[in-house]
Design a binder for this molecule. Structure first.
Ligand code: NAD
Length: 279
């Protein structure tokens, strides 16, 4: 039986929960690792689906990470590990990127990027026969309003995917990331005016929409399976093509107009003012 450890379920909207559901549908054995504050809630969520093992781990604490891997090791061997963890101070997911504090720079990088490196380093303990590691990113190639320091954290995460793939190849472990559409999750709601990002992504998409959680989970299932045995060190976009065009397709004009309209209605915001002035 295929066995997968998934770090990052907070609730039933989490990208990682969609991946867990998809892996269960594929008859995989799923083990969950969640933030200790979410543990009881996630246990309740997981229980009806027959997920027996749910552990808590604050990835900012090296002792908890060590302890978590000590608990996971006897359950192995694993075939896949999913990292879906990100954090930045909500008060800095608004306003200007250049106002990022030293403290939140360090925290955001530690939780959103270094946790991945730590998990990748320990992956050989869980996957002695090789396997697949997967993380989740959001288009790090350009700035998004209010995404702020999370953008550089995702750029670092994406570079870390390539470096980890380089190191772990000799152990038969592949490492990839899915760059997903904006989705309405707990983390995303911390980003000020996140709905504008979502609307904009839909307007830019050649398909005129965002990817569903199911579509993201389908890609995850592929990357976690032997069917993707030749794929490593890659950032795979599951965003309905939103990241492709420089200008939106004309047929999406109403969606783009709607997104800009939302910006206009955000009173007192710099973007709104700038846009009004230009109009
Ligand atoms: N929602 C989106 O629009 C979107 C798009 C692309 C990529 N992603 C990425 O997908 C991943 C999952 O996010 P999500 O959107 O499903 O939101 P989510 O809030 O459901 O998941 C984030 C998870 O990170 C965990 N976490 C945060 N700090 C932690 C810590 N110190 N220790 C342990 N766990 C911690 C949370 O408990 C939660 O389970 C993140 O890396 C996110 O950046 C999200």
């Amino acid at each position: 039986m295929r066995r997968v450890a998934i770090f990052g379920v907070a609730n039933d909207r989490s990208l990682c929960w969609a991946i867990a559901q998809r892996m269960l549908a594929d008859k995989a054995d799923v083990v969950l690792v969640s933030h200790p504050m979410m543990l009881e809630r996630v246990r309740k969520l997981a229980h009806p689906f027959g997920i027996e093992h749910v552990y808590g781990c604050e990835v900012g604490d090296p002792e908890q990470v060590e302890d978590c891997f000590r608990k996971l090791a006897p359950l192995g061997p694993f075939h896949g590990i999913v990292h879906g963890i990100a954090f930045s101070d909500k008060n800095e997911l608004r306003g200007r990127f250049i106002d990022t504090s030293r403290e939140n720079f360090a925290t955001t990088m530690m939780i959103s990027c270094y946790s991945f490196i730590e998990i990748a380093r320990r992956a050989t303990l869980l996957m002695p026969d090789g396997g697949s590691i997967l993380t989740l990113t959001f288009d790090a190639s350009r700035p998004w309003p209010h995404y702020n320091i999370m953008g550089p954290a995702k750029a670092a995460l994406e570079a870390s995917v390539r470096y980890a793939a380089f190191d772990l190849g000799e152990h038969g472990i592949r490492v990839n990331a899915i760059s997903a559409s904006p989705e309405d999750t707990l983390s995303a709601r911390g980003i000020q005016h996140f709905r504008v990002i979502g609307d904009w992504a839909e307007g830019m998409s050649p398909l005129g929409r965002r990817a569903t959680l199911q579509e993201i989970a389908n890609e995850a299932a592929y990357l976690l399976s032997p069917e993707s045995s030749g794929v490593t060190g890659q950032i795979r976009f599951v965003d309905c093509g939103s990241s492709v065009p420089k200008l939106p397709p004309v047929r999406n004009a109403a969606k783009i107009y709607g997104a800009m309209g939302r910006v206009l209605h955000i009173t007192g915001e710099r973007e709104g003012e700038v846009y009004v002035n230009k109009v």
